[in-house]
Design a protein around this ligand. Structure first.
Ligand SMILES: *Cc1c(COP(=O)(O)O)cnc(C)c1O
Length: 344
């Protein structure tokens, strides 16, 4: 039986058509700026997000870390939500590489309010550490794929501008927010000095992210640090071609992943051992709790694996399932049946 892999949307494999686009890609040395496919991808994503410049990088982590590095000085502070990818899943890079301190703010399923941000910005006096950057994440991964309401972003932007602090958007999953709300990506991006987006999540490319900004000087700086961080690639057009294909063919279908996530959430809700609020499933990530079961979390994960269903335990009694390109609605139903057999 085929494995139903719900651990992450990063597990998607390039489709045949994507592989063909990769094989046909025109390439050159991107360190010389001569890879036409990388250049085309950068222009395409800049256009989509309404920014003047884009830089192709190997991973979302690198895109975020470049954004932090180019907009801060060592010894300054960066505001981020306490469960943010930048806080939890980047190996402390902000401290290790940029020399900044992260100031965590706890949001509601990852979403911070303008009043939280206002309270976290440091006074500009001789004693206080200086706030250099505010980072938001949309959709918020560990928050459960939560979508930042645009009105909240607008109010946070007003606070940031009043204090003269720039903003970065970790938009690794921005296209999920776009698919769910049907807002144009630029409606979100316009409020941020820098934005990162990932091609290798729900969009289904094998690798690659972009950093975007309106400021040519910031992109030049990012290009230097990309080199320092080991992310300057040569014939990267092979990867960029996969990204172009993904943007042309896979944005619209993200809605299917969201429908599948809601479907699984409603089925899980029928199982008494599962605690879940299907209304909290806003995109393709489902976070739920299994409380008081005789099996501990790792045993539950193993029991599901024996039923060919893969999910992640994410601490305490919580679990995460993620829908994506390589999981069909029929497989969602099969996964729900496996949950019911094990937990029923
Ligand atoms: C996946 C992800 C990233 C980047 O991950 P990489 O594995 O480094 O590409 C960054 N932020 C969020 C919110 C993510 O979901």
């Amino acid at each position: 039986m085929r494995i139903i892999d719900l651990r992450s949307d990063t597990v998607t494999k390039p489709t045949e058509a994507m592989r063909e686009a990769m094989a046909r890609a025109e390439v050159g040395d991107d360190v010389y700026g001569e890879d036409p496919t990388v250049n085309r991808l950068q222009e395409m994503v800049a256009g989509l997000l309404g920014k003047k410049a884009a830089l192709f990088v190997p991973s979302g982590t690198m895109a975020n870390q470049l954004a932090i590095r180019i907009q801060t000085q060592p010894g300054q502070e960066v505001i981020a939500e306490s469960k943010a990818h930048i806080v939890r899943y980047e190996q402390g890079a902000a401290g290790a590489l940029a020399g900044v301190q992260l100031h965590w703010v706890t949001g509601d399923r990852g979403i911070m309010g303008p009043e939280h941000i206002e309270a976290a910005i440091r006074p500009k006096d001789q004693h206080s550490i200086q706030t250099a950057l505010i980072c938001l994440e949309n959709t918020h991964n560990a928050g459960g794929g939560t979508i930042y309401p645009l009105s909240t972003i607008e109010r946070i932007r007003a606070v940031a501008s009043a204090h003269g602090v720039p903003m970065h958007l970790d938009g690794a999953r921005l296209f999920n927010a776009v698919a769910a709300t049907t807002l144009p990506p630029a409606a979100y991006a316009q409020h941020f000095e820098t934005v990162s987006v990932c091609l290798s999540k729900g969009l289904g490319a094998p690798a690659g992210s972009l950093l975007l900004t309106n400021d040519p000087a910031l992109i030049d700086k990012a290009r230097r640090f990309r080199r320092m961080y080991g992310g300057a690639m040569r014939q990267a057009g092979i990867l960029a071609a996969a990204g172009i294909y993904a943007l042309e063919h896979h944005i619209g279908r993200l809605k299917d992943d969201h429908d599948n996530a809601k479907r699984l959430a409603r089925k899980l809700q029928q199982i008494p051992a599962v605690t879940i609020n299907p209304q909290h499933v806003e995109s393709n990530i489902i976070i739920f709790d299994i409380i008081g079961h005789r099996l501990c979390p790792s045993e539950l994960v193993a029991a599901l694996r024996r039923e060919h269903v893969l999910i992640n335990a994410v601490g305490g009694t919580s679990f995460r399932a993620v829908t994506h390109l390589d999981v069909s609605t029929r497989q969602i139903d099969a996964a729900a049946d496996a949950f019911a057999r094990i937990l029923g």
